[in-house]
Design a protein around this ligand. Structure first.
Ligand code: URA
Length: 199
């Protein structure tokens, strides 16, 4: 039986072997697969790597990553305590929004990643990430409100994962908008009570 780390390594390699979004793969420096604790109860999911992430090969290492680290510290956690990834795993050129077909192409890999890690709480960062799991919700209304859901992780399979999804604003957007920044900080502060309830 392969270990979680081996399964994640194989999954990462399969994104390359399957030539997922070849145009993005061509323009990006490297694949940004994910980072952190592979047994984490909490997984945070952003949109797509930016410039710094593309260069370093790790998610959330730029300005929004710094903000994310500060918020984790605020709730007594560190990056090493959580697992962080993105929906789209190559940097879109000029930091444009990921296209629907790019998000769709990466979804099965994100689902497999979650199936391996088996988190109890998924914190979605921004509307793209939230809409992957909760397609009908609007981030302006749903942020900060945890939703208990049963996710189907594979097509035509009984495989499901029961998790709480906590939709949050994206730290990059909140960084430059004072009101949204405070809302994100307030929403983030609710995470420990969710973890306590569910673990
Ligand atoms: N924004 C994201 O959505 N993901 C990153 O990894 C960095 C910035």
């Amino acid at each position: 039986m392969a270990t979680k780390q081996q399964r994640l390594d194989d999954l990462k390699q399969s994104i390359i072997d399957d030539k997922v979004t070849p145009e993005l793969a061509e323009s990006a420096t490297q694949l940004v697969f994910g980072d952190g604790k592979i047994d984490a109860a909490v997984v945070l999911i952003g949109e797509a790597p930016g410039k710094n992430e593309d260069l370093q090969g790790k998610p959330f290492v730029g300005a929004s990553g710094k903000f994310l680290n500060e918020m984790l510290e605020m709730i007594g956690m560190q990056r090493e305590d959580v697992y962080i990834t993105n929906i789209v795993k190559y940097r879109p050129p000029d930091n444009r929004d990921p296209k629907p077909e790019e998000k769709k192409a990466f979804l099965p890999y994100l689902q497999s990643q979650l199936e391996i890690i088996q988190p109890k709480v998924i914190v979605t960062l921004g509307r793209h990430s939230m809409n992957c799991f909760l397609p009908d919700l609007q981030i302006s209304k749903a942020h900060g409100q945890p939703k208990r859901v049963r996710l189907s992780l594979k097509e035509n399979s009984e495989d499901t994962l029961e998790v709480v999804i906590m939709p949050l604003y994206h730290p990059a957007a909140a960084l430059y908008n004072g009101a949204q920044r405070q809302t994100l900080i307030d929403d983030f502060a609710l995470i420990p009570s969710i973890i306590k309830k569910i673990t």
